[in-house]
Design a protein around this ligand. Sequence first.
Ligand SMILES: [Fe+2]
Ligand SMILES: [Fe+2]
Length: 228
Amino acid sequence: MIKEKSQLPAIPLDLHGMEEIAQFFSTIIDTRSHFTANHSSGVSASAMKLAELLNMTSTECQEMRIAGYLHDLGKLAVPETIIEKPGNLDKDERDVMKSHTYHTYSILKEVKGLEKIAVWASFHHETLTGEGYPFHRSAKELPTGSRVMAVADIFTALTEDRPYRKGMEKKKVVEIFSEKVSEGKIDKNITDTLLDNYEEMDTVRSNAQKKHDVNLKIFWGRVKELSH
Ligand SMILES: [Fe+2]
Ligand SMILES: [Fe+2]
């Protein structure tokens, strides 16, 4: 629509430009929920670090970072009354919340050049047992990037501080991951890589989330200045 209506020339983005746009989007996504105000930064940093530890190429590591920033993009389609609801969601609300991965996929798959990132970003709630969502993909339909994203998302969700609770301790996190591996839901090799490098992973995640908080403070400070 913008292309049709505007006279502006299209600007082709390289991977670095894409990363900046993705980071910008992640700020919008996270700002909508004070429960998970820096979640995407943590997932992005964890996914990229895991990709490095798994010896993925440097381009793939950067793509994992972009996919991490965008993995919850579809939450923009979930009403704020659900995103910000204190307490538990009911069944219908949970279903709407779960639709975020479908929306992430349906948006990203339309962007030329982002096909791989769309798959890596959107299938973070799929499981190797085929019981995940939104598409119940089976193990053979889930590439390494999507498996990394699933592990990075769980890791960040468990270890990050939220307004209503502190991040979980290592012992409990290891227990949860081991259980998920034994149920065949997540990739064993990727989980082992995470657990073998736990402290480094946790530092990378937490530093990225702290940096996000600082940048956001600076941003809102400038907005305040400008509005005076
Ligand atoms: Fe998600
Ligand atoms: Fe997430």
